[in-house]
Design a binder for this molecule. Structure first.
Ligand code: RUB
Length: 309
């Protein structure tokens, strides 16, 4: 396999959602860039930089919403080197460092977030988030008896992946259709979801349906927690950039659209939850109110304001 074929293959897996979830696409992209850097033959440092940039651009274009992808790529590509050999070493180091830190972050989020779960709690989750599942599994492993209610998460049914993971962990789980979220909310003690993007003002962008669950939780006075590694925060939003919401193919919602002449199927993959509906964001550096997101971006992501202006 040619080095670029490996990058194309990873890009296709991310685009088609064989690899999915903000954290998983970030680490897959970092690993792909690392493996590419080791496999390419470059005539000079400039040639190496050019080839790396091409690969990074390909991976970046796969899914437009999750900022984890651009943050991971930015971290891997932040190498400065005088020679070809040191450039390669730096890319490998950056990528491994990103992957290792994201694994550690998941563990820490689990430890911190699980403290907010009490013995006997009912927790609702939406979609399939490794960060949210880390919170649930840590609570369960610490001996707390919890019940999880998981939504199907149409149209891609990531909820089925979630119930499979919870089942393997031995956690009592109930599956509901997305539209049953309000019906069960009065039984729920805490909602825990993941994040694709958290903006500078603490707004959450996550799987379609999250915003209505947050609204229901707020109405029912149920706590709403976001579990997210700090690389899910978006530096671009400090510079005023809006988050692009991915619109996916109609066929994911309605396989045979051809029999209708006047119908258009809309399939936004993510929605926007205002910070007012979020009680806390559980990160690897602690639980923060959403309004503190700006500080996370400034302090954790080493963002230079003039970098991209
Ligand atoms: C997945 C999704 C998840 C977040 C967080 O969307 O919205 O809640 O990505 O997941 P999709 P994680 O299936 O469209 O990628 O905590 O695993 O990063």
């Amino acid at each position: 396999m040619k080095p670029m074929d490996q990058v194309l293959e990873t890009s296709e897996k991310i685009r088609s959602m064989e690899i999915r979830g903000a954290g998983r696409i970030a680490t897959a992209a970092a690993a792909s860039l690392r493996d590419f850097s080791l496999a390419i033959e470059a005539r000079s440092l400039e040639d190496f930089n050019l080839q790396m940039k091409r690969a990074a651009d390909l991976l970046l274009k796969t899914r437009p919403t999750a900022v984890s992808l651009s943050n991971a790529i930015r971290m891997v590509m932040k190498y400065r080197a005088e020679t070809l050999a040191s450039a390669r070493t730096a890319v490998v180091l950056n990528a491994n460092c990103f992957i290792e830190n994201s694994e550690k972050a998941l563990e820490k989020i689990g430890r911190i977030g699980s403290r907010r779960i009490r013995d006997g709690d009912v927790v609702l989750t939406h979609c399939n988030s490794l960060a949210a599942i880390s919170v649930l599994s840590t609570a369960h492993k610490s001996g707390k008896k919890i019940k999880v209610i998981a939504t199907e998460s149409r149209p891609r049914f990531q909820g089925i992946t979630t119930i499979g993971m919870l089942d393997r962990l031995g956690i009592e789980t109930e599956l509901i259709v997305d539209s049953a979220a309000r019906s069960v909310m009065n039984e729920v003690d805490l909602v825990v979801v993941g994040a694709d993007v958290i903006t500078a003002n603490g707004t959450l962008v996550n799987k379609i349906g999250t915003a209505q669950i947050a609204l229901f939780a707020s109405e029912a006075r149920t706590s709403f927690m976001v579990a997210a590694e700090t690389y899910k925060f978006s530096p671009q939003t400090i510079l005023g950039e809006l988050v692009t919401i991915e619109e996916r193919e109609a066929g994911e919602v309605l396989p045979d659209i051809s029999k209708y002449s006047h119908v258009r199927v809309r399939n936004p993959a993510f929605d926007v939850t205002p910070h007012q509906y979020i009680d806390m964001i559980c990160t690897e550096v602690g639980v923060i109110p959403p309004e503190m997101s700006y500080l996370i971006i400034k302090e954790r992501l080493g963002w230079e304001m003039d970098e991209d202006i």
